[in-house]
Ligand binder design. Structure first.
Ligand code: ADP
Ligand code: MG
Length: 431
């Protein structure tokens, strides 16, 4: 029988070899295609007995949909077959193992590494979200890595959980309540937002080395899940405020208060816009072209802001580029842009300092408001002169007098305004 014992099952067209892993519902084997290229694949053998019967057909339909999905951060489902006992999913092989092992081997991941994985996971989730698919069983064991050398995250094992018989105790014990949103366990009523809770747990585990509800017994775990205490974040290791903020918003027990998908994708720690990808370099280059134009036109501050925006795309572009020579070429260019941006920054700072010294914006505004009121204007001029004398430290005895005169004049004007308001303004009639 497939999925148990040591002998791998037989499958037409494939040679099944070592067992890669056993999950909640299936056993996964490494395999070779018999014909042509001897392509390496992973074959997941799902026992039909673990499915609630009516769902077998639904599952097959779902698999058809999954077969059409192509995304760099989702394990590709190449094909499927079935016989009387099993469904066989023929998938892209991921040689880097799963994220659970990756974290365990390093104990914890630095924030920067965790962030890159999170961004890749967010890309996959965005794609699924746009296709109206929820994962429902997100956990490090279901997140695979492409290769050990340059691990790219590949989301696996999704879209099936809803076809399993989920609410018996066996499921909760076999599945991972450690990663399940509290509403899934407590209320058994849930929607796509459960995936965001699980993302929070995975990020927490990557950064702190254990999931937030890690427990020594099932009773302890259940108590933690059912409690209404807010999830606390350990104070160490030190993390950026953006990272802590996101963790807090993901690990919100109440799904209505939990961060939404849209806000998650746009959160500064996820920042999907700047995720390394094939478009990063294009976006960066377009911005540089605009920056150079503004620079030539002599608009230093616009040029500076465009250079800075371009650099925000160059960093992911560098991460994305795998060819060493092209990477070096980008790096050299980026060096030049940074130097120019620094020059521009010095220029903009010194000219804005001068501007500040020349005119105080508040005073300018007052003058503008008093433009067609000559008495008010004169009073304000007097006050400005007094302030200027004081700022320059040239108190030759009449500064105080200037202040008093301008204030006296301003008070008179104010009294006039007040009279007008009290007499004429309808809403003040009863004052
Ligand atoms: P289940 O639905 O039973 O949880 P999974 O699809 O999660 O099954 O697979 C179980 C384990 O098998 C994973 O945790 C992983 O270690 C391994 N595995 C699954 N798919 C692949 C793959 N495509 N390449 C390499 N290893 C895999
Ligand atoms: Mg799994």
């Amino acid at each position: 029988m497939a999925g148990s014992g040591w002998a791998p099952p037989r499958l037409d067209g494939f040679i099944l070899t070592e067992r890669l892993g056993t999950g909640t519902y299936a056993t996964v084997y490494k395999a070779y295609r018999k014909r042509d290229t001897r392509e390496v694949v992973a074959i997941k053998c799902v026992s039909k007995r673990s499915l609630n019967r009516a769902s077998v057909e639904n599952l097959l339909t779902e698999i058809e949909i999954l077969k059409t999905i192509r995304h760099p951060h989702i394990v590709e489902l190449k094909d499927f077959q079935w016989d009387s006992d099993h469904i066989y999913l023929i998938m892209e092989f991921c040689a880097g193992g799963d994220l659970s092992r990756f974290i365990r081997m390093r104990r914890i991941l630095p924030e920067k590494v965790a962030r890159v994985f999170l961004q890749q996971l967010a890309c996959a989730l965005k794609f699924l979200h746009d296709h109206n698919i929820s994962h429902l069983d997100l956990k490090p064991q279901n997140i695979l890595l492409s290769t050990p050398e340059n691990p790219q995250l590949k989301l696996a094992d999704f879209g099936f959980a809803q076809y399993m018989s989920p609410w018996d105790e066996k499921h909760v014990l076999r599945g991972s309540p450690l990663y399940m949103a509290p509403e899934m366990v407590c209320r058994q009523q849930y929607d796509a937002r459960v995936d965001l809770w699980s993302v929070g747990v995975i990020l927490y585990e990557a950064l702190f080395g254990r999931p937030p509800f890690a427990s020594r017994s099932f009773a302890e775990l259940e108590e933690k899940i059912r409690s209404d205490r807010a999830v606390e974040l350990p104070s160490r290791p030190l993390l950026s405020p953006e990272c802590r903020d996101l963790l807090g918003q993901l690990l919100e027990r109440d799904p209505l208060k939990r961060i939404s998908f849209e806000r998650f994708f746009a959160h500064p720690f996820v920042d999907m816009e700047h995720v390394p990808g094939p478009e990063s370099l294009c976006k960066a280059t377009d911005l540089v072209v605009e920056a150079v134009k503004k620079d030539q036109e002599g608009d230093a501050s616009a040029a500076l802001s465009l250079y800075c925006k371009a650099l925000e795309y160059f960093v992911p572009a560098l991460h994305y580029e795998s060819d060493a020579r092209r990477k070096e070429a980008i790096r050299a260019k980026v060096g030049q842009y940074i130097s120019r941006a620094e020059e521009l920054k010095a220029l903009v700072t010194s000219s804005s300092k001068k501007l500040l010294q020349r005119e105080n914006p508040a005073r300018e505004l007052l003058k503008e408001m008093a433009k067609d009121k000559p008495r008010l204007c004169a009073a304000l001029e007097m006050a400005s002169a007094a302030i200027a004398k004081e700022e320059e430290g040239k108190d030759d005895g009449d500064t105080l007098e200037l202040y008093q005169r301008s204030l006296g004049e301003l008070l008179l004007l104010l009294a006039g305004e007040l009279r007008w308001v009290l007499q004429g303004h309808p809403s003040c009639a009863g004052c």
